[in-house]
Design a protein around this ligand. Structure first.
Ligand SMILES: Nc1nc2c(ncn2[C@@H]2O[C@H](COP(=O)(O)OP(=O)(O)O)[C@@H](O)[C@H]2O)c(=O)[nH]1
Ligand SMILES: [Mg+2]
Length: 443
């Protein structure tokens, strides 16, 4: 299953253009398999269920032929007004005051092929704290097909950063210079020029578009019937025609494939996230498993007065640990396979650590000599050595499982070396001794 997933991931972006729906179905199936995979710890599966809902909603959006266009930008820049102007009705609340739009809000705009275009309003990016803002930007850019980033002058530096973030997601982003009515024609040109210069590397130049979503009324001077000059205020209609044209041409050209491609990108990003979480979760559980076997074996060696049994029981416990670790990584190992793996592992460790590794055996031998005299101290020292040996064995096995039952390019020797190098031996042994001593005293 993992390899189909990986295959899909590596081809997702290019192949999505050819058969997007097939890809989405495939992504759905892969994610469902992941969710039903019983080797994944419960906590991760619960987490994945939420992610799965997201992909469900995206796939139903695709099935319904919906295309989502969102307005994004600072509070008061005219997001709600712009969407109203496109809709030609006051569907979204607008206000000269801060914070009219608290949540995401959506309205059907117009039909498109078998589906329809949905406009999405969002809270101002400056109204949320850092984490919430990132979350909003992530949600918007990952689920929406076209994002209109609004500004009302030259971009402030947070606006520029937000735009960069949006553009980095490989989705379609337009930059709208709203409130164009506040500028004279030459001022407007100057501003657009400046925006093109700053943002030309982020998006196509003709996607930087002026608009007046809700222009202020004009004052006109007229001559009344008595021949007197008078002033009156005249409503000015919104001007969003260039934006509408641009949106429409994007939809005409890319339409459903845009939606499907975005869905495929979303799915592939989700898959990567899911895979990372599983790796993390497995690592945490594996650490716990290893530790439990370390404690078990440490105590066993410390307590058991018969050295030969020590060894046999200890080996049995290593086999059990390896089988248990295999389960964490979704592999079912026979005792025979586990023993073979342990043989490879101890061969590496013996070669690298020589005499020190032998201490494991020596500690057992020591016991015979000091039978009856053994103090809690010697016992725990022996136990701590056994703990350390078990820990190394467990880490080696974990590495082998995490690479899909393989040593990878490194091979067993290098793996052993890097595990040894990453551990502070003395501190592992010290901790082990303390723990064992505490347990022995507690007896
Ligand atoms: N002059 C001018 N004012 C506008 C324009 N678009 C919106 N506004 C005003 O800007 C204020 C904030 O608009 P709103 O749509 O609520 O902004 P949002 O917070 O981004 O949704 C309102 O008072 C609008 O009337 C425009 O094109 N020109
Ligand atoms: Mg608003």
């Amino acid at each position: 299953m993992q390899s189909t997933l990986r295959n899909w991931l590596s081809h997702g972006r290019t192949r999505a253009k050819i058969n997007p729906e097939q890809h989405l179905l495939e992504a759905n199936r892969n994610i469902r398999e992941l969710i039903e995979d019983t080797s994944i710890p419960e906590s991760v599966r619960a987490e994945l269920a939420t992610e799965f809902e997201e992909i469900e909603s995206i796939s139903s959006k695709l099935r319904n032929g919906e295309i989502h266009i969102a307005a994004f930008g600072r509070v008061g820049v005219g997001k709600s007004s712009l969407l109203n102007a496109l809709l030609q009705r006051d569907a979204f609340g607008t206000s000269p005051l801060h914070g009219e739009t608290k949540n995401e809000d959506r309205e059907k705009w117009r039909s498109f092929r078998e589906g329809h275009v949905v406009l999405i309003d969002t809270p101002g990016i400056d109204e949320l704290d850092g984490a919430e803002r990132e979350e909003l930007a992530r949600r918007i850019s990952s689920r929406v097909d076209v994002t209109m980033m609004l500004c009302e002058g030259d971009l402030t530096s947070p606006e520029y950063i937000a735009l960069e973030g949006l553009c980095a997601t490989q989705r379609t982003v337009l930059l709208v210079l709203n409130k164009a009515d506040r500028y004279t024609t030459s001022e407007q040109e100057l501003l657009l020029e400046r925006l093109r210069k700053r943002c030309g590397s982020l998006l196509p130049l003709d996607w930087i578009i002026p608009a007046s979503a809700d222009p202020r009324p004009e004052t006109v001077i007229y001559v009344d019937s008595a021949g007197k000059e008078r002033e009156k205020s005249r409503e000015v209609p919104p001007n969003v025609s260039r934006l509408k044209d641009a949106l429409w041409s994007i939809l005409e050209k890319e339409g459903q494939s845009l939606a499907a491609l975005n869905a495929a990108i979303f799915a592939s990003e989700l898959d990567e996230k899911v895979a990372t979480r599983i790796v993390e979760a497995r690592r945490t559980v594996a650490e716990k498993v290893i530790r439990n076997y370390c404690i078990g074996k440490g105590l066993l060696v410390a307590f058991n007065p018969v050295p030969v049994t020590d060894l046999l029981a200890a080996a049995g416990s290593d086999v059990a640990m390896v089988i248990h670790l295999g389960e964490v990584y979704g592999f079912k190992l026979s005792r025979r396979e586990a023993t073979k793996l342990l043989f490879t592992i101890s061969a590496q460790l013996v070669a690298l650590m020589g005499a020190y590794w032998g201490m494991n055996l020596v500690s057992s031998a020591l016991k015979t000599a000091s039978a009856g005299l053994s103090t809690a101290l010697t016992a725990t020292t022996q136990g701590a050595l056994a703990w350390y040996a078990t820990y190394l064995t467990g880490k080696m096995a974990q590495s082998w499982f995490s690479k899909g039952k393989s040593w990878g390019n490194a091979g067993p020797r290098k793996t052993a070396r890097s595990i040894l190098a990453s551990l502070d031996r003395d501190s592992v042994i010290r901790t082990a001794r303390e723990e064992l001593l505490a347990r022995l005293k507690g007896q």
